[in-house]
Design a protein around this ligand. Structure first.
Ligand code: SF4
Length: 213
């Protein structure tokens, strides 16, 4: 029986990416091999329960929604997650995957909408970026850069140009309470590039909540 270690499954409003604002079911998998300085889901490093695939699907189906985000931690550390995503697609769900940009994505079912979070210098995890995975992106996938400083911003703009990433949607997102959102918005406009500015909507809606949003 296929089992995944799951930290939490909940129904909320999608806070990020081009899907921000949409009702969404979140499936957070336990475990991450990175330790980003700004991580806001450290509780997902170890905490979780081993759940059988049927139990996970049953929980997902209990919510009135056909959009699911698979997240973590780093969900791709558990290979069974690809089976879960395929089952969800087969059952008519739209599936988003949030991944750190440090692991291969070639086994992810193609229709899944991947949001690849390449790590900026202030994360401390930049050396783990696996840039070759851009070759496995689909047109509907998105790339995210979490910006913690002006230096992060400048580095990210250079990386976007170097890797020709504007073939996809590119998202720049300020670290909560580190970079004023208006500053980042202004920097993006200065570039003249079609980079998509975003904020973590859930942090504005529920600033005190640490889990379940
Ligand atoms: S990849 Fe995500 S879950 Fe892992 S340490 Fe970084 S921010 Fe936290």
């Amino acid at each position: 029986m296929l089992v995944l270690k799951i930290n939490e499954i909940y129904f909320s409003v999608q806070g990020e990416s081009t899907h921000a604002g949409r009702p969404c079911i979140f499936v957070r998998l336990t475990e991450c091999h990175l330790r980003c300085t700004y991580c806001d889901t450290e509780y997902a490093f170890y905490e979780g329960d081993d759940l059988a695939m049927d139990s996970i699907l049953e929980k997902i189906k209990s919510f009135p929604c056909k959009l699911v985000e698979i997240t973590g931690g780093e969900p791709l550390l558990q290979s069974g997650v690809n089976v879960l995503m395929q089952k969800l697609l087969d059952e008519g769900y739209e599936v988003l995957l949030e991944t750190s940009g440090s692991l291969p994505i070639n086994d992810v079912p193609k229709p899944v909408r991947k949001i690849v979070d390449f790590k900026t210098p202030s994360s401390g995890m930049m050396k783990n970026n696996l840039y070759s995975i851009v070759n496995d992106l689909q047109t509907w996938d998105e790339l995210k850069f979490v910006i913690g400083s002006r230096a992060d911003f400048d580095w990210s703009v250079e990386k976007v140009k170097e890797l020709n990433l504007l073939r996809w949607t590119v998202l720049f997102s300020p670290i909560w309470k580190e970079v004023p959102p208006a500053d980042l918005a202004a920097w993006v406009l200065e570039t003249g590039l079609p980079i998509r500015f975003q904020v973590q909507l859930h942090k504005f809606l529920w600033p005190e909540a640490e889990k379940g949003v």
